[in-house]
Write a protein that binds this ligand. Structure first.
Ligand code: PEP
Length: 251
């Protein structure tokens, strides 16, 4: 059976108090699509205000530290995210894997820390253009998955995987439907190997230049259980049509 789709926005380093009006618009419009789970991952400093502004809507973080507390200047723990009102967090986004040189092992410990304290996780994997062109995309992404996902399925909170080819993020380029289908099927296969039957329940999102005009086609691909959306999640006028596309696709 098809999984309920999840459409999550990643606001990256965008969002001031004045943008809470947009958060409200998105949350209000999302209420009209009860067949889709919708979330916004906002900058850490905006989480509490966003969560207070839209109490019934899923607000998330974009990263988390693996320790519960300690001498980690500038970092945010899973407990802090929860305390601020977040219900989920992204881990292992390629922008962090690249700029902060986060390893698979670090991403895995972040995922563990978040899931253990009840924070849902969207764990990102994805290949570079060089890897895609060399024909090693599937092997590379599966190796990233092997190194990053928790050893056991968790009961406390939900794990979702986001397949985000690095070369598709913010570029307007996207893989073909066959390439997305091949990757999502490979990820599903690996989740079954690792988690057995529980692997069927892990949502696999696609991310990279998703917009209203391509969302329907992407959501119709087998094992695409939603999307992680960057640029097109900043405005309700761009984001809600993507949610609407997820609502209309038959599973
Ligand atoms: C992202 O940053 O996770 C992303 C998918 O960005 P965009 O939708 O802008 O390509």
């Amino acid at each position: 059976m098809a999984l309920k789709k999840l459409v999550a926005g990643n606001w990256k380093m965008h969002g001031l108090a004045s943008d809470l009006a947009e958060v409200r618009l998105i949350a209000e419009a999302a209420r009209g699509y009860s067949g889709v789970d919708v979330a916004l991952c906002v900058p850490a400093i905006l989480i509490e205000r966003a969560a207070r502004a839209v109490p019934d809507f899923a607000i998330g973080g974009q990263d988390v530290h693996h320790e519960p507390k300690g001498a980690h200047t500038g970092c945010t723990s899973a407990q802090m995210l929860l305390d601020a009102g977040a219900v989920l967090t992204i881990v292992g986004h390629s922008e962090r894997r690249e700029a902060q040189r986060e390893s698979d092992a670090e991403v895995q410990s972040k995922a563990h820390a978040a899931l253990e304290c009840g924070l849902n996780v969207i764990l990102c994997v994805g290949e570079s253009l060089e890897v895609r062109e060399s024909g090693r995309a599937v092997d590379t992404v599966l190796a990233q998955l092997d190194g990053s996902i928790p050893h056991e399925p968790t009961e406390e909170a939900e794990l979702a995987i986001a397949y985000e080819p690095i070369w598709a993020i913010g570029t307007g380029k996207i893989p073909t439907t066959e390439e997305i289908g091949e990757m999502h099927a490979a990820i599903r296969g690996r989740l079954h190997e690792r988690y057995g039957a529980a692997g069927s329940g892990v949502r696999i999102l696609y991310g990279g230049s998703v917009k209203a005009s391509n969302a329907g086609e992407i959501f119709a691909i087998a094992d695409v259980d939603g999307a992680l959306v960057g640029g097109a999640s900043l405005k309700a006028a761009d984001f809600i049509p993507i949610v609407a596309a997820a609502a209309t696709v038959e599973g």
